[in-house]
Design a protein around this ligand. Structure first.
Ligand SMILES: [Zn+2]
Length: 175
């Protein structure tokens, strides 16, 4: 840790104490060049990020909980542990970048859904159906339709009467 006064990169800890609630460590440091003394605080990262649940209660952001949710969703799917790690890290970084200390569980769920959707659509569907990220069942069904459309949209869809389908618009210009 650099000295905040002179910028020297060697400082030593002269005193270490636990915070009153036991989750914080307070250190007194001294610069080895100019002897400037300053205090640093160390606390677990989850302390700085909280999740507000639907019922209004607040709990610490828990990476392991998110990993658990993702792992359940990707079970028996071609998604590696490394990819799961990456997803968890990206979600965590995304939330941190918002610069807020409290995020809603809904937002967390949406971020997980978004990431899963990029990786594996089956895992995505599993996740949203368990997580109930949608407020009503119809919304969920619409979302499912959208995914299925997109999945099919990536390939040639062969039908018996491709030429004469009523859905295919005419090529002529309207004006
Ligand atoms: Zn200094």
């Amino acid at each position: 840790m650099e000295c905040p006064d002179c910028g020297h990169d060697r400082t030593s800890v002269v005193d270490t104490r636990s915070g009153a609630d036991g989750t914080t460590v307070r250190r007194r440091r001294e610069c080895s060049r100019c002897s400037f003394r300053f205090t640093t605080y160390e606390r677990p990262e989850w302390e700085t990020l909280q999740v507000k649940k639907r019922d209004g209660s607040i709990e610490p952001f828990d990476r392991e909980k998110i990993r658990g949710g993702i792992e359940r969703a990707v079970e028996k799917r071609p998604v590696t542990d490394d990819e799961v790690d990456r997803l968890v890290a990206e979600i965590h970084a995304d939330i941190r970048d918002r610069g807020t200390r409290i995020v809603s569980s809904k937002l967390v769920g949406e971020l997980v859904s978004e990431k899963l959707r990029e990786v594996d659509s089956v895992a995505y569907v599993r996740f949203v159906s368990v997580y109930k990220a949608f407020s009503d069942p119809e919304e969920f069904v619409r979302e499912l339709d959208r995914i299925i459309d997109e999945e099919l949209g990536g390939e040639e869809v062969i039908t018996d009467d491709a030429d004469s389908g009523p859905d295919s618009p005419p090529d002529s210009e309207a004006d």
